[in-house]
Every structure is written in C-alpha cells, then in structure tokens.
Design a protein around this ligand. Structure first.
Ligand SMILES: Nc1ncnc2c1ncn2[C@@H]1O[C@H](COP(=O)(O)OP(=O)(O)O)[C@@H](O)[C@H]1O
Ligand SMILES: [Mg+2]
Length: 301
C-alpha cells in the first residue's frame, strides 16, 4: 500500500481525529444532534458520575439490533455485538461484510436506521455526535496514517495530548512534568523513544502507524478501534504490532478489524466473524477457523 498523504499542518482548534468525513453524508449525525449526553445521566434511576463509563455488567460496548441501510442495501443487518471491558476483540469477515460501517456507527460517523449502541450501561452513543463520542473515550485509528510529517515524533504526541479535552486550555502552555511523563510512557509503549526527536515524516510506514496509535493513547481512550492496522506493514512490524496490542489489552479495550489471519491468530482470544452485516460466528480463533460457514464465506477462499 502506498502512503502518499501530503504533510499536514497542525490544526489549532480541532482534534485531528474528531473531524473526519466532512463530505455530505445523509447518515451522518447532524452537528446539533447534541453533545447532549456524554455524561449519560438518564438510566434506571441510578446516579452516574459524569464522564464515567458504567461497566458494572462487564461489557463496555453493546450493539443491539443495529441496522444501517444504504439505498435499501443493508450494510449492517440486525447486528448484535457485546465487547467486554479490557478485551482485545478481533473482527474478521469478507470485504463488504460491514466491518467499517460498524466502526462508523460506534464512532458516530454513521447514524443507524435502527438499533442501539451503548458505551457501558448508560451512555447511548446513537444520541451523540463524533466529537462527543471521541471525548467520551472512544478513539479510532483509520487505515492511512495521518501524522504530521514535518513535526517530530515527540511534537506529534504533544499535540495529541494537548488536544485532549481536559488539557485543551494548555495548548500554548509549556508541558507539565506529568504531561512529559505521559509522552515518555507512550513513546516507550510504541517503541519510538529513540526516534522521538526526528521528524515523523522519516518514520517507516509501520512506525507511522504506531505513532498514530500513540497519539490516540496520549488521550487515554477507554476503547480503541483499529481498522486494518497491519496492512502494508513488514512481517517484523506486524509482529511488533501484535506485541503492542497484547500490551494494551486490559488497560484499554481494543477492537481490531484485520484480514491478516496470522496476525489475528497471534493476538486473538475472541474473534467475531461478520458476514452480510450480521455476526456469522463468534468464539476462539480455533472454533471460528473450523466453523464450516466461516470457511465457506471467508477463510476457504
Ligand atoms: N456510504 C456508503 N454508501 C453506500 N454504500 C456503502 C457506504 N458505505 C458502505 N457501503 C456498502 O456497505 C457494505 C459494507 O461496507 P463496509 O462496511 O465498508 O464493509 P467492510 O469494511 O467489511 O469491507 C458494502 O457493500 C459497501 O459497498
Ligand atoms: Mg472496511
């Protein structure tokens, strides 16, 4: 895969990942469809701490009977999915199965025609826009890395950290000691400590992907969605990415869409197979790989 995205200048006000897909899209949530309820205050009469995700039932994401139609074609068709807090979930399935659409629905880019999407027990993501969902703690990594090539690796992370809602006032302020520590921690996690002060444009494709993951990690998301993260990576980079994801499990919930089955086998203990907008099979890699329906529509081809 060629990576020819032009260098971008850093935005001043916008979270670099929050404002995507600005072209007209009838399914896209309207901007006034409310920041309403990142706090998720209305549920079962219980008091919910604003900004806190209630995972008392174990799951951090629930999709319930989600349907998305494009001109009558159901990209998601009564999709049901629950992901546990801290899980590393892999989603596989043939092209067109609805994997990216599922991520679009979770992140608020696409509004479902039917069904609900809950973040923890109380936060209804279908009532929130993309910015509010990102701020509530759901980060998304797109396929192409979009790091700022002319800035150093460190500066990319600094920018991401300062774009975080809680720190936004400090955009032009010096980094606090705590923020420096956080950047150092992220650099170590994504194995770019030695490259910290060189321009991001000089990183390999794989390293750029890690940097972008690091930019998301700087904001400490509860859930991280990753669409085909190892596409275009060398074998070595792919193995290092598997190690990275394993190290993140438990601290964050990771939902990984990937076609590279060796990679999936190396990280997954729970795999969901999507097909025609619904779950075709779910379970351990072993169970899924030996499912005749899965072999027929996906793995056997
Ligand atoms: N904006 C859109 N308009 C029309 N059809 C779409 C749109 N987005 C996705 N689709 C269709 O929905 C189906 C699912 O797509 P997608 O979620 O991208 O699948 P996957 O990521 O599993 O390959 C495909 O048939 C695709 O062509
Ligand atoms: Mg896709």
């Amino acid at each position: 895969m060629s990576e020819t995205a032009p260098p971008r200048t850093p935005p001043v006000v916008a979270h670099p990942y929050a404002f995507v897909g600005t072209e007209f899209d009838p399914h896209r949530s309207s901007p006034d469809a409310s920041q309403a309820d990142a706090s998720g205050d209305a549920s079962y009469g219980r008091l919910v701490v604003p900004g806190e995700v209630d995972v008392s039932h174990g799951a951090i994401l629930y999709l319930d009977s989600v349907t998305v139609s494009f001109d009558g074609f159901r990209a998601l068709n009564d999709l049901n999915l629950a992901v546990d807090d801290g899980e590393l979930r892999c989603i596989i399935g043939p092209n067109g199965a609805g994997k990216t659409t599922m991520m679009d629905v979770i992140t608020g880019k696409t509004r479902p025609d039917a069904g609900t999407v809950f973040f923890g027990q109380t936060i209804d993501l279908t009532r929130m826009n993309e910015v509010a969902i990102a701020h509530a703690g759901i980060g998304r990594k797109f396929q192409k890395p979009t790091v700022f090539e002319n800035l150093s690796v460190f500066e990319n992370l600094e920018l991401a950290l300062k774009m975080d809602k809680s720190a936004r006032k400090s955009l032009f302020a010096k980094l606090s000691g705590e923020q420096r520590d956080r950047i150092a921690e992220v650099l170590a996690t994504i194995k770019l400590t030695d490259a910290a002060h060189g321009p991001a444009g000089r990183l390999s494709h794989g390293q750029k992907q890690w940097l972008e993951i690091g930019m998301l990690l700087a904001q400490d998301p509860r859930v991280l969605l990753l669409d085909e993260p190892v596409a275009g990576m060398t074998d070595q980079e792919t193995v290092a990415t598997a190690e990275l994801f394993m190290s993140l499990r438990g601290k964050h919930t990771l939902i990984v869409v990937e076609h590279d089955m060796d990679f999936v086998a190396s990280i997954a203990n729970h795999v969901t197979v999507l097909h025609e907008g619904s779950v075709l099979a779910e379970g351990t890699m072993d169970v899924v790989q030996n499912n005749p329906k899965v072999i027929e529509v996906y793995l056997g081809r």
